[in-house]
Design a binder for this molecule. Structure first.
Ligand SMILES: C[S@@+](CC[C@H](N)C(=O)[O-])C[C@H]1O[C@@H](n2cnc3c(N)ncnc32)[C@H](O)[C@@H]1O
Length: 246
């Protein structure tokens, strides 16, 4: 999954998403670093941690996402340490005290082979006993094969307005959700331009993740249904996993 085409839209869509930031900062502060972040994107979490003095290295495959992350961080006087690479294959000399994979980053590993390759590689970059913490959304979806507008409207400095419409398709046998985004920008004067992006995510069930972790050399995880703790329940929106490298 390549986020290059997505990079321009990403910050508009997710900059306001802050549910997880204090949770990950708390984990980093309690655990100590250095911290390895998988799927760092444009540095939403990376910057939040770096601003708190956490030494964090962000692995991110998309050059365009990194570019945006660096530009944004520089404007805030931050110098983020991004490494362009894939969770399955990146190689660093350093060993980390904590690995994070915030905001569904592991949902871009589509097969058991890819998932295990990534988990083994993350494990290989951790010191013995180091923690690995990540979150995934629960498989529960809106109306399929229907154009939806979920309130995502952005206003440009040039007076333009962008509305994001989406259509989702569910491939149950593969556990894939594909979202087609249509970003319609209406310019002053009424001219309309449309950009199109496709995002496929591989969703997980709770016990599937537990087995994957155990198979890849991690302890049985603590699983909560929110960033504030509490059990995983039917109405939970996220699964938060906290484990350690054996
Ligand atoms: C939903 S975004 C989350 C970004 C960031 N963690 C955040 O919280 O804003 C998922 C990120 O995972 C990255 N990604 C996709 N495939 C990946 C892979 N194989 N290894 C590591 N990261 C990957 C994407 O490029 C994207 O930046």
């Amino acid at each position: 999954m390549n986020y290059d085409d997505f990079a321009d839209l990403y910050d508009h869509q997710y900059d306001i998403y802050r549910d997880d930031l204090h949770f990950y900062a708390g984990v980093a502060e309690r655990t100590g670093g250095p911290v390895l972040e998988i799927g760092a994107g444009t540095g939403r979490v990376t910057a939040f941690l770096a601003r708190r003095g956490v030494a964090v290295t962000g692995i991110e495959p998309s050059g365009r996402m990194i570019e945006r992350g660096r530009t944004r961080a520089a404007a805030d006087g931050l110098n983020l340490n991004f490494v362009q690479g894939d969770a399955q294959t990146f190689r660093l000399e350093q060993r980390f005290g904590l690995a994070l994979a915030p905001f569904n980053a592991l949902m871009h590993l589509y097969t058991p082979g890819e998932q295990l390759a990534a988990l083994h590689n993350i494990h290989a970059h951790l010191a013995p006993g180091a923690a690995f913490v990540f979150d995934l959304y629960l498989p529960r979806f809106g109306k399929m094969n229907t154009v939806r507008h979920e309130g995502e409207t952005f206003y440009g400095a040039d007076g333009s307005r962008t509305d994001v419409f989406l259509v989702q398709r569910h491939d149950k046998p593969r556990q894939h959700i594909t979202t087609e985004y249509h970003a319609d920008t209406t310019h002053i004067g009424g001219q309309l331009t449309r950009r199109h992006y496709t995002l496929t995510q591989r969703y997980y069930t709770r016990f599937e993740v537990e087995w994957l972790l155990r198979y890849a050399g991690f302890e049985a995880p603590r699983v909560t249904g929110s960033f504030h703790g509490g059990p995983l329940e039917t109405r939970s929106e996220v699964m938060v996993f906290q484990t350690r490298a054996i």
